[in-house]
Design a protein around this ligand. Structure first.
Ligand SMILES: [Zn+2]
Ligand SMILES: [Zn+2]
Length: 427
């Protein structure tokens, strides 16, 4: 069994196994496989030689990469006249220093003098910000407005600016706690966020990634940490999943929150390429399954199940949510519906299936969410019952049990309340 040196990693693993065991409704065999892979990681040699004991490989950030990643610097480009007139480099910006002859100026202070001290400066500011603000806004843009604008924008930039280069790291991770927390407690959102408001709860299927031997996780961190349900990992300023192909290339999928590289990984410490339509996975996937026979494999960015060989993935331009039902047919879309968070689920006595599957009020059969319909009283009714025992009210469109519907003299069926209402109107 793999032993982590760090108690946090040991604890993360125990919490995740406990959560998945109690809440995620994997069938017994799948749950055993899931635990097995977390206790005895089986990692391809494209990744394994790089990893430390915590199943992560760490790389320092270099300057050119940092410049590319610094959203503060990106936003600072708005001040194009200033940058041009003084040849401001990323180094200047980063250090907040500009050498002028013998004197050193602070950029974040000097920029006020530049734009506010003369008429020329003010009109330069108007020209600079024109592409980013409305014309109406610029119309009566005078000294006080300009000062307020500069102060607000520079504050935003200071907030976006990357911390010191020494604190930034690129991390390749096979540590499942990182995968599990891939989008939770970040400043940006994705459907893998355990607190995402999307009721299709894509996060329910994250455990299924554990058995995919093609897969790795890559993130850029500022070293800050985040916690959710006592799982404790680093913050991901940027992250993507990686997929190994049959020529041992490491393919990057979609970056969150934005794509920084556009496929250009020059200067990147690991050899990467963006996934493309030639993608053929190195390994087939023997999916984990839920108790209802559905596959457990989460929403995919840029891959999908291969129709000809469902245990394999192929390239997909957009990606999406694909699953296999108990008959091994590909189904699209999430097969869980739940308006709530993993935290809510953990605080309740219920499991995923309890909250996402409903029983038919009429016959007691389990109904999957995409077949879910409610009768006139708000009770869930299955498709079979709907077709054989129910009818739609001619007036209001509500689903009514056939024997409770009222037929009028024109042969139209109505629910009791529409019928009563119409009768009253006629009196
Ligand atoms: Zn039914
Ligand atoms: Zn009605």
């Amino acid at each position: 069994m793999h032993r982590f040196d760090n108690p946090v990693d040991e604890q993360n693993r125990e919490i995740i196994i406990d959560l998945v065991s109690k809440k995620f409704d994997l069938d017994k065999k799948s749950l055993d496989r899931f635990k097995g892979i977390l206790y005895y990681p089986d990692i391809d040699s494209a990744y394994s030689p790089l990893l430390e004991n915590d199943l992560r490989a760490r790389f320092r950030m270099n300057r050119s990469l940092e410049e590319k990643l610094d959203l503060g610097w990106e936003k600072f480009q708005i001040f194009s006249s200033f940058i041009k007139d003084f040849n401001i480099t990323y180094g200047n910006f980063k250090a907040n220093k500009l050498q002028e002859g013998k004197s050193v100026r602070r950029i974040f202070k000097f920029i006020y003098d530049y734009y506010l001290s003369s008429h020329k400066g003010l009109s330069a500011l108007k020209t600079d910000i024109k592409p980013t603000v409305s014309e109406y806004y610029i119309e009566d843009f005078d000294e006080p407005e300009s000062r307020a604008f500069l102060s607000k924008t520079l504050q935003e930039i200071a907030g976006l600016k990357l911390p010191n280069i020494d604190d930034m790291q690129i991390v390749l991770s096979m540590n499942f706690a990182d995968w599990f927390m891939s989008a939770t407690k970040e400043t940006w959102n994705s459907c893998f966020n355990f607190e995402s408001s999307w009721d299709g709860i894509a996060w329910a299927q994250i455990p299924g990634f554990a058995i995919d031997k093609n897969r790795a996780f890559l993130y850029i961190t500022n070293g800050h940490r985040k916690q959710y349900l006592n799982i404790d990992v680093q913050r991901f300023v940027y992250r993507t999943f990686l997929m190994l192909d049959d020529s041992d290339n490491i393919n990057a999928l979609r970056w969150y929150p934005t794509d920084l590289f556009n496929g250009d990984y020059k200067g990147f410490p690991i050899k990467l390429k963006n996934i493309d339509y030639n993608y053929k996975p190195k390994y087939n996937i023997d999916y984990l399954t839920f108790k209802n026979g559905y596959s457990c494999y989460a929403y995919q960015d840029h891959t999908k199940f291969d129709l000809d060989n469902t245990s394999s993935l192929i390239y997909h331009q957009k990606g999406g949510h694909f699953g296999l039902n108990s008959k091994n047919e590909i189904v699209q879309g999430s097969h869980f519906m739940f308006v709530g968070t993993l935290y809510d689920l953990n605080n309740s006595s219920k499991t995923l299936m309890d909250v996402t599957y409903k029983k038919c009020f009429n016959c007691g059969e389990q109904i999957e969410h995409f077949d879910l319909c409610y009768d006139v009283n708000g009770n869930p009714i299955c498709e079979d019952c709907r077709e054989n025992e129910y009818i739609i009210c001619y007036d209001c469109g509500a689903l009514v049990k056939f024997e409770e519907a009222v037929e009028n003299s024109f042969g139209l069926f109505k629910c009791r309340s529409c019928h009563d209402y119409n009768t009253r109107q006629q009196i």
